[in-house]
Design a protein around this ligand. Structure first.
Ligand SMILES: [Zn+2]
Length: 244
């Protein structure tokens, strides 16, 4: 009767968007992959990241901003150095689900650390991973919320997201609270194999001086170090864009 009235034969059967969890979002007590996809989309839509990532992504990457000339104090030209870092970043992306690699971007401001962090964020978000971006300052603010206002959801997000990007470590006000809480967060994420990408303008010595030995040894021991250098590309780009 259904077919003769132009309805499909299975018209009266239940149809689920997700057959794995029958649209409940859970398989047993585990979150279904469809649930995570929704979470990623929702998070992405509602974060300031979405607009940032429209401009800051690999398709707008320009190696020409980096000098191909090597100075005496370094092994590689800024361009070659960055090419190597970008290739490490692609490795990080490609092996994201199978490795427990974390990345630490070091270098002066304007050398492209944040830009590359955004590129990586976009790539991973597009592949369905939950990426959370925080500056060190907003992260410390969040950690206060968690500690003093019991923001469990926020804590869950920071700890269990697939990648936490902490931008500009060292720019925050460094206090005993921030050092303790930062260490706890790093530690728990390392234990749970939840990845991090941290960037900082601090040199290694400054990191060692500003943070407890416990934090520095985690950063130096558990992260792949990438040292950025070269002229400030933001200044370079501004000069180029200026019309005389
Ligand atoms: Zn599902």
């Amino acid at each position: 009767m259904l077919v003769s009235n132009n309805y499909p034969l299975d018209y009266l059967d239940m149809h689920y968007m997700c057959n794995k969890c029958k649209d409940t979002g859970f398989i047993g007590t585990q979150k279904c992959s469809c649930y995570k996809q929704k979470l990623v989309a929702l998070y992405y839509e509602n974060s300031e990241l979405k607009t940032i990532l429209e401009k800051n992504n690999f398709s707008n990457f320009n190696f020409e901003l980096y000098s191909p000339h090597k100075s005496d104090d370094v092994r590689k030209s800024p361009r070659k150095n960055l090419e190597d870092i970008v290739s490490k970043s692609w490795n990080f992306i490609e092996s994201f689900s199978s490795s427990d690699e974390n990345m630490l971007f070091l270098g002066n401001s304007g050398t492209g650390k944040s830009f590359l962090s955004y590129c990586i964020a976009k790539e991973l978000l597009d592949r369905g991973h939950l990426v959370v971006y925080r500056t060190a300052e907003t992260l410390i603010h969040d950690l206060k919320q968690i500690r003093f206002n019991n923001s469990d959801e926020l804590e869950d997000l920071l700890i269990n997201c697939d990648l936490l990007i902490i931008d500009d470590l060292g720019s925050e006000q460094i206090t005993d609270f921030s050092k303790t809480e930062l260490f706890n967060l790093l530690n728990i994420k390392l234990l749970k194999n939840r990845k991090m990408l941290i960037s900082t303008n601090c040199g290694l010595e400054e990191l060692l001086k500003n943070y407890s030995e416990r934090i520095s040894s985690r950063l130096l021991g558990e992260f792949t170090l990438c040292k950025f250098y070269g002229d400030d590309i933001r200044i370079g780009q501004n000069i180029k864009n200026r019309k005389y």
